[in-house]
Every structure is written in C-alpha cells, then in structure tokens.
Write a protein of this length. Structure first.
Length: 377
C-alpha cells in the first residue's frame, strides 16, 4: 500500500509534485499501523519547507512594488538565510531590493525584512523552548524537543538556554520600565480587595569555581480575592529593597490590584521579616515571632476565618516547591550562576502561572500558541 502526500495551493497547483510517499508492504503489523515518528518528522519538515518558501516568494514579489508610487523596484541580489522553526530549518534566498527613490531617499539596496521575527526564528520555537527550559534542565528540554519534532540544529542545549534567558531579559526590561504605583497593568483595578502575599526563601548551589556554597533565593506568590495568583522569584543579593518593592507591586498590579490592603505570610525567618518590613512596611503580618512579640497587632485568625479570608500558608509551600524544588533544588545536583538563576526565575514564574504565552501575544500581536497557552510546569 502506497500513500502519496501532495501539497495543493489555492490555484490547484501542486508544488512540488509530491511532498513524500509512505509505503507499507506485506501483512499488517502493529509496528506499521499509521505514521511512525520518523515519517511524521520528515513529513512535517517537508511541508514546512514548501509552505515557508512559497510564503517568502509571495511576500518578496509583493514587496517589489513601491507602496508610494507603484514602481517595480530593482533586484540587486539574493542572500542565503535560514528560517528556524519547530518543524525544521528552511533554507531561504532572501532578495535585496533597491528603493525606487520616489520619497527622496537614496535608493540603496536592503534585505527583505520579515516583520515580527527575531533573527528569522519562529515565535513558537522560542516560546516552546523557553517553556521547556523553565520546566526541566536545559539538556532535557533540548532532548525532548529533538525526540518529538524535526527541530534539528536549532535546538542545541546552549541555544535553548540562550532563548529562554532572552525572554527573561525582556521581562526584566518591561519590569524596569513599568510604573506600577498609579497605573496597574490590568484595566480592572480593585482598591478595596484584600490580597495575600506569601514570601519564602531557599538556597541553590553556586556554580562559581571559587565557591562551594549556596546563595539565597526568594520566591513568592500573590493571591487576589478571586483565586487568581501570580508567582515571583529573584536572587536576594541581586535586588535592593527598592527593586524588590517595585517587583512586588508590579506583580500585584498585574492582578489588577494595589498594595493598599494586604497580608504578608512568611515562615518567621528573620531575613524575610527584615525584607518585608523594608519593602511592604504597612502590610499585616502573620509572622510567628512577630505575633508573639506584638500581641497588640495580632491578626484575628477567627475573624479572618469566619470572613472566608485566607489563613493557610500552604500556597507559600506550593510556590517554593514549584519555583525552586522542581527545577533548581540541590537534589538535582545543579549549580547555577546568580544571574542565570535570577533570569530563569522570571520565565519559570510565568510558566508556573500559565502565562508565558501571554507575553508572546503581547510582544507579537497575532501570535497564536494554543499548545502552551494554559499549560503550566
Ligand atoms: Zn516609489
């Protein structure tokens, strides 16, 4: 039995005449029922190659016509390039076109641009690699993708790490530029809602050859009144108090809330208490030592319970487990640079919250990745 896979365009032409053939001979065996993984990878890469090359040819032809005057622009030459995607690398010849000069600008030759792509890397490839890199070790992420998809040379361990950390740097840049005190990012701002912020710390191994020690990381979770949550994590020594305050308020603002009415939960660690007092001095505490020493300001647990408000700290344990233990714990024998760990926390937090793809949709309008839209670590 022979199957021929064709790719038909809207004008009913098939280019090329055949994408691939799949053949089964002899009596049916379980091993030959349906597509094999290697056949599916070959099929996907061939279809991707034909679609991308056709799209580029169509786009290049459209771009040759000047938008201002309609003149057909001169072609200088072609430059080789690769489009890297989840379904393989596609070799391209990208034209360099002269400007027509009708706008008074010297008509120098420029390489055709593809809007919305960075270094001609498919957005889904960046998103999926970042998601996996924040979920499992970089080497495992690379191996897993290569096992299932024809990602070939775009999937080296160093590439997976670099792409994930590039996403983190962009998130950090957005945080730097955010003004959160007066303008939360959400359009819905509820100033009366009570929120809970849980903070805890952990230690991960330092990769520095001069150090056999660990360094401290802080993780947290912001819970709004409607059960929505946002996670956060950072390396303590890389953040001053002002920066931590900004980070916390930004997370709260992303929930459509402000830090007017909040309760901070910690496990009683003295360092966390100092941090909380420095960055959120007006919050209510549940800090055990603080409660013992400051009976006058005790939060009324019974009243909170009867009012249906949070008194459990299990959500902090969950944050530690999800943000530190599952990806960075000492038991996994991993060592980290402080900055590398700090950056990965930024991606990891959004993956845990199921919001990584939201960032890509914000950065690249029209981006659609249903596969990672709601998946979490
Ligand atoms: Zn023109």
């Amino acid at each position: 039995m022979k199957f021929t896979i064709l790719l038909k365009k809207e004008d009913d032409t098939t280019v090329p005449p055949m994408v691939t053939q799949i053949e089964r001979a002899g009596s049916l065996q379980a091993s030959a029922l349906g597509l094999t993984l290697s056949e599916s990878k070959h099929l996907l890469s061939r279809i991707q190659q034909e679609i991308v090359q056709s799209q580029i040819r169509h786009h290049a032809e459209a771009q040759r016509i000047c938008r201002q005057c309609g003149t057909r622009r001169m072609l200088k030459d072609y430059r080789p390039a690769f489009f890297k995607s989840l379904f393989g690398s596609v070799k391209l010849t990208i034209p360099r076109l002269f400007g027509c000069g009708c706008d008074g600008v010297a008509p120098g030759a420029r390489t055709l641009r593809l809007d919305g792509t960075v270094n001609r890397v498919a957005l889904e490839l960046e998103c999926i690699q970042s998601h996996l890199a924040a979920t499992v070790p970089y080497a495992s992420a690379s191996k897993l993708l290569g096992l299932l998809l024809p990602v070939d040379a775009n999937n080296a361990v160093s590439t997976v790490r670099r792409r994930a950390l590039a996403v983190a740097r962009r998130l950090e840049m957005e945080l730097n530029q955010a003004t959160v005190e007066d303008k939360p990012s959400s359009t819905h701002v509820d100033n009366c809602a009570t929120i809970s912020i849980g903070l805890d710390s952990g230690f991960i191994r330092d990769c520095s050859p001069q150090s056999n020690r660990s360094f401290e990381v802080i993780v947290g979770r912001v819970l709004g009144p409607n059960a929505g949550s946002r996670s956060l994590g950072f390396v303590r020594t890389l953040e001053n108090d002002e920066r931590v305050r900004h980070r916390l308020r930004h997370r709260v603002a992303q929930q459509g809330l402000t830090t007017e009415r909040m309760t901070v939960f910690t496990d009683g660690d003295a360092g966390l208490r100092c941090l909380q007092l420095a960055v959120l001095p007006n919050a209510s505490q549940k800090l055990l030592e603080y409660l013992k020493n400051n009976a006058d300001s005790l939060v009324d647990y019974g009243k909170r319970y009867r009012a249906g408000q949070r008194i459990s700290t299990s959500f902090i344990d969950s944050a530690v487990n999800q943000l530190i233990d599952k990806r960075m714990s000492k038991s996994q024998q991993m060592r980290w640079s402080r900055y590398g760990a700090h950056l990965l926390f930024q991606v990891r937090a959004d993956v845990v919250d199921g919001r990584l793809a939201d960032n890509f949709r914000r950065w690249y309008p029209g981006f659609d990745s249903g596969a990672v839209a709601s998946s979490t670590a």
